[in-house]
Write a protein that binds this ligand. Structure first.
Ligand code: SF4
Length: 647
């Protein structure tokens, strides 16, 4: 359906793999205004199809690949695309935001999104070139690892003149083919990692999708956007987080700060500090292993590292992988983590869920619950274990199920570190309790980003009291909604780091930063008021360039308040769909290790006061005591059409 807005290509394609039918999926301008793009657009499409009775591995599930209106607009860090589906790991919606180049090329093909359903009879890959969709046999690709698959696809896309047609691709590895519940999808070296999107693609017998074309993204106020973008690039390059820390050390640079704040998950989240943390730090990675910095298209931050593994230059590990395969399993051999990171991407597996499942298994073995041969700090055979997981062999077939299912079988639920079935990120939440709340209520499970990433206020940017519940619920809601919308527009969440004024980051010990740290927890009421009436922010904030850029690209009015509201709508929409699958207050939980056992035995406050924060959070969100949006909230967010009885 054509669009009057800029930023959109005006076409969503529905592809049925069972019948090989291709048709246009109707998505109107009215819907674009409410559901923007990315994960929110995907949530709307899933909402219109899922009743609560479907299973992830079934023809009733959809794999929805969406871009946002900012994807390919030239704005900083705007090459992102999103993949949403019913997760085989959690049983609820998962959404995974990815860099790479697929989103950009999908738009070049004239498409905003793909809605894929059904199942191929034989392994297949799809070629999209402008308006043409071709289905190809993928017998020769099936079984290949992800970089080999992408190389072979480039061979197939080589034109008569010997050049490879410019294209963006996504593909799965052996883990997706064998339906490891946390299998990922790869685009270049970037990963759609969380929730098992790759397993759904594998179940569909869809090995890869390639997109190419020559369409242009329409920008409504082109000249003004160019000027605004230049200003924005400059701002990001000058900001201490996006212009210094992330380019210098990537997310890996946070390891040392996490150690200092006692939030470095160690030995399966038993502790918040690791005595050998320096061996796995971002500093060591930068000094000894980093060859060059890399970035996604149009990104001035360039947070990715390149390292050498087996004589090949490959993507280095992110913070999560460093920590969870480092201190998480008591391993201080950085070289092994670089190699495993590469191997897991090659096999197509989420490093976070895989590492946490491994550390659960090690602890279960140590406690005598499950005799599996896996031991903390013994790392010689780990590469083989990863291969076994990807090919679902021996003990690997069990580890492929994730920590929640294993704990149900072998016991040890209190140390199976997941929320809603998805393993937590690397931040130990007992000394960043706002993030603990975020992990528990997050729509896709134990995710720091979908959870609002409050750790940036509780120690990694600002330093507000990390163990007080005060103010955390309202701040969590605000940050969740903000990130929801950044993701929906097709931009990288790291651009939000520049939201924090530079002087506060540059001078953590100044009187004004200390004052902000002191008073922020007491601002819950003010934050609640803004969350409730975001329309009062009818302007653009000088530290947040996203809103003006959105207006210049799309032609839609989007002051800061509207931006927040749109994020809130997206967040609630996913919750409403998840409620059809049984999500309510009882599912917003954390393992007992984090809520009942203080990290520091002498400080009872060093555990997550989840129930206290949840009550305030539900109130702030306008949800009832069961954790579901009230009628009033649903009406306010114009989500009436998305509420339906299960069945
Ligand atoms: S900040 Fe990193 S992940 Fe985000 S767009 Fe840039 S390079 Fe990609």
């Amino acid at each position: 359906m054509a669009t009057n807005y800029g930023g959109y290509m005006g076409k969503v394609l529905r592809i049925n793999l069972s019948t090989k039918e291709v048709s246009e999926y109707p998505f109107s301008d009215e819907e674009r205004k409410l559901y923007i793009g990315g994960k929110t657009m995907a949530a709307k499409i899933l909402s219109d199809h899922l009743t609560g009775n479907e299973k992830a591995f079934s023809e009733d599930n959809l794999l929805v690949i969406t871009t946002g209106p900012m994807t390919g607009s030239g704005a900083p860090s705007s090459s992102r695309f999103n993949i949403s589906t019913l997760s085989p790991l959690t049983g609820y919606i998962t959404s995974s935001n990815c860099g790479g180049n697929f989103g950009y090329y999908l738009k070049k093909a004239g498409l905003d999104a793909l809605v894929i359903s059904g199942k191929c009879e034989n392994p297949t890959w799809i070629e999209i070139q402008n308006d043409t969709v071709l289905f190809h046999e993928a017998d020769d690709l099936w079984g290949l690892k992800t970089s080999e698959t992408q190389e072979k696809l480039d061979e197939k896309l080589t034109m008569k003149n010997g050049r490879v047609r410019k294209n963006g691709k996504i593909c799965i590895g052996p883990a997706g083919e064998n339906q490891v519940l946390y299998a990922s999808i790869i685009s270049n070296e970037r990963v759609s990692g969380r929730g098992g999107t790759g397993a759904v693609m594998g179940w569909m017998k869809l090995k890869a999708v390639c997109a190419s074309g020559n369409k242009e993204v329409k920008v409504i106020e082109k000249e003004k956007m160019v000027k605004h973008t230049q200003k924005w690039f400059k701002y990001l390059r000058k900001h201490p987080l996006t212009g210094n820390q992330l380019p210098k050390m990537g997310t890996a640079g946070l390891v040392s700060a996490m150690q200092m704040k006692s939030i470095l998950s160690t030995k399966n989240y038993q502790y918040g500090q690791y005595d050998k943390f320096e061996d796995i730090s971002g500093e060591k990675l930068a000094e000894e292993y980093n060859i060059v910095n890399k970035g996604c298209l149009t990104c001035p931050i360039r947070c990715a590292r390149t390292v050498e593994v087996n004589g090949k230059q490959v993507k280095g590990p992110e913070l999560e992988t460093l920590v969870l395969l480092g201190s998480g399993i008591l391993n201080n051999d950085l070289k092994s983590i670089l190699r495993w990171n590469y191997e897991l991407d090659e096999l197509g597996m989420d490093t976070i869920s895989c590492a946490n499942t491994l550390s659960y298994a090690m602890e279960a073995n140590e406690k005598g619950l499950w005799d599996n041969g896996l031991v903390f700090s013994e790392i010689d055979d780990i590469s083989k274990v990863f291969e076994d997981i990807a090919y679902a062999r021996g003990i690997g077939a069990e580890l492929a199920l994730g920590s929640k299912r294993l704990a149900e079988k072998y016991g040890g639920k209190e140390f199976a570190i997941n929320a809603k079935g998805m393993e937590l990120a690397a931040y130990e939440p007992r000394k960043t309790v706002g993030l603990g709340l975020g992990y528990a209520v997050s729509n896709r499970g134990g995710c720091h980003l979908n959870g609002g990433y409050l750790v940036i206020l509780e120690g990694l940017g600002l330093s507000i009291d990390p163990t007080t519940p005060r103010g955390k619920a309202d701040l969590t809601m605000m940050f969740q909604d903000l990130m929801e919308m950044i993701s929906a527009t097709g931009q990288c969440l790291f651009t939000s780091y520049a939201f924090f004024p530079s002087p506060l980051m540059n001078h953590p010990n100044s009187w004004y930063t200390k004052l902000v740290n002191k008073i922020l927890p007491y601002c819950g009421g003010v934050v609640r008021f803004i969350n409730k009436f975001p329309e009062i922010a009818f302007f653009h904030l000088p530290v947040f360039h996203h809103t003006k850029a959105f207006e210049l690209v799309t032609g839609m009015k989007m002051p800061f308040g509207n931006y927040l509201r749109a994020g809130e709508r997206g967040y609630n929409l996913e919750r409403i769909v998840n409620a059809r699958f049984g999500v309510d207050e009882s599912k917003d939980s954390l393992p007992k290790r984090l809520t009942d056992v203080p990290q520091d035995p002498n400080k009872p406050e060093t555990k997550v006061p989840l129930e206290t924060m949840k009550k305030v959070y539900y109130k702030a969100r306008g949800w009832d005591e069961k954790g579901l949006p009230t009628k009033k909230t649903i009406e306010r967010l114009k989500l009436d059409g998305d509420v339906r009885d299960k069945g």
